[in-house]
Design a binder for this molecule. Structure first.
Ligand SMILES: [Zn+2]
Length: 441
């Protein structure tokens, strides 16, 4: 018996494989894995996808893919034959600035570019994973029906999000002359051979399982600073990046926690550059939720938000730098500023993993996140660059919460942060939430 399965996967966000944000090469560039045969084409090794599938298979993992690493050495019942990528996928370079958390400004030498592979948006799957076994497919199909694959690195910053859109499968009985004939008469090779074998195959009915929501908010943003409308990467797909959401909100949640005396990362010491690579203490609730180099992947994933990216809508005006000594205009200091006019952005935060037993209590963090949204709405913080001169103003229009209030023994919701009400918050409620500033304390 020989079974072939083809899994069609659509990308929901860009991905990057094998690049580490903290990796510094000479050009400060993080590259995704390339096709060994074609240097400008992306490549997805099947091992990573199978790892994601194995993690999803849970208690069926061993039955499908053999004992875990370190266990008895046995061949996996299911073989990954490879991954075929759509020709429409392209690699773009995105510029990024890392933040020195000690000084809360852009780190020196912090600018780097990183490769990202953009979804093709053709309406067809972006990649196909091919699997084969000498077993019937029932258990594998059960697992595939609810699988939500992740591809590469940066999952909690909105990269590598994908969904299964089509699963074709067919079993050939090698004892049946007709089936055997089909197997041997197919003169093609590689993926094409299996595509031909799967012509007229059965299609699995998929059960969509979107990840559990922490929060989704619709925001209206005024005058968001655009890096450069002539940048080809921006023209192809302007995304308000998950890493940017994560950076802004983590910083504000940490600030709120400090104001209220809740456990959070200490302020990193030292202006000698040692704080530049600092990614969190690794031991506090903020690190559990947002992740750190010490404690690994955070519990929450911040999706990239789609944004209008018609270069025609970008407004450009010129500003002049001020000479702080004379108080007058500085000669030769005229610079252009490109902004997007009023538009909507959707912020989506979902659970990437549940907190482990033994990790600190994170129950107050969702409410601090709500308060951070309230601060965005109040104009205390903004999005993007030059918020100090009034750019990137935000108003919260709609809010959906996936987290629920916990109830005490008397049935009343537990108020974890004094002054922060509990419960199905809507936009007006966010406006009313109050946090004490350090000066009041
Ligand atoms: Zn921490």
């Amino acid at each position: 018996m020989r079974t072939y399965v083809r899994v069609g996967i659509a990308l929901l966000s860009p991905f990057r494989i094998g690049g580490w944000l903290s990796h510094d090469d000479a050009a400060n560039q993080t590259r995704t894995v390339r096709d060994p045969a074609e240097e400008d084409r992306p490549f997805v090794p099947s091992t990573g996808l199978v790892g994601s599938l194995r993690a999803h298979a849970d208690d069926k993992a061993e039955e499908l893919f053999g004992p875990p690493r370190g266990g008895e050495l046995k061949a996996s019942p299911w073989w990954a034959l490879g991954v075929r990528l759509s020709d429409d996928l392209t690699i773009v370079q995105r510029g990024q600035t890392s933040i020195n958390r000690g000084r809360r400004v852009a780190a020196s030498r912090g600018y780097r570019t990183s490769d990202e592979v953009l979804p093709a948006e053709t309406g067809r799957p972006d990649l196909y994973l091919y699997l084969s076994s000498n077993r019937p497919p029932a258990t594998l199909l059960e697992v595939l029906a609810t699988w939500r694959p992740t591809i590469g690195a940066g999952i909690t910053s909105g990269l590598g999000d994908a969904e299964v859109v089509q699963v074709l499968y067919k079993t050939f009985e090698t004892t049946s002359p007709a089936d055997l004939l089909q197997l041997v008469q197919n003169g093609k090779a590689g993926p094409e051979r299996i595509d031909a074998l799967l012509a007229g195959a059965d299609e699995l009915e998929l059960v969509k399982q979107p990840p559990a929501l922490v929060l989704q908010a619709t925001l209206r943003v005024e005058d968001l600073l655009v890096a450069d409308r002539d940048d080809p990467a921006w023209r192809r797909a302007s995304l308000f990046h998950g890493s940017a959401w994560k950076g802004i909100l983590r910083s504000r949640v940490t600030y709120i926690a400090r104001c209220l005396g809740l456990p959070c990362c200490p302020v990193p010491q030292g202006d000698d550059g040692t704080a530049e690579d600092w990614t969190g203490c690794g031991a506090c609730p903020v690190c559990v939720v947002f992740g750190s180099a010490e404690s690994g992947q955070g519990c929450w994933a911040f999706s990239c938000s789609e944004q209008v990216h018609d270069p025609e809508t970008v407004r450009e005006r010129h500003r002049t730098a001020i000479d702080r000594f004379t108080g007058g205009y500085r000669s030769g200091a005229l610079f252009p500023e490109q902004t997007l006019p009023s538009h909507e952005l959707t912020l989506t935060v979902h659970w990437a993993r549940k907190p482990d037993l033994g990790e600190p209590d994170i129950s107050w963090v969702p409410r601090a996140l709500l308060r951070a949204l309230g601060d965005l709405n109040d104009g205390i913080i903004g999005l993007g660059g030059r918020t100090g001169s009034g750019l990137g103003r935000v108003s919260v229009r709609e809010l959906e919460l996936g987290v629920e209030a916990e109830h005490g023994p008397d049935g009343e919701p537990i108020c974890i942060i004094p002054g922060l009400p509990i419960g199905p918050a809507d936009t007006p409620l966010i406006n009313k939430l109050a946090v004490k500033e350090p000066a009041d304390a």
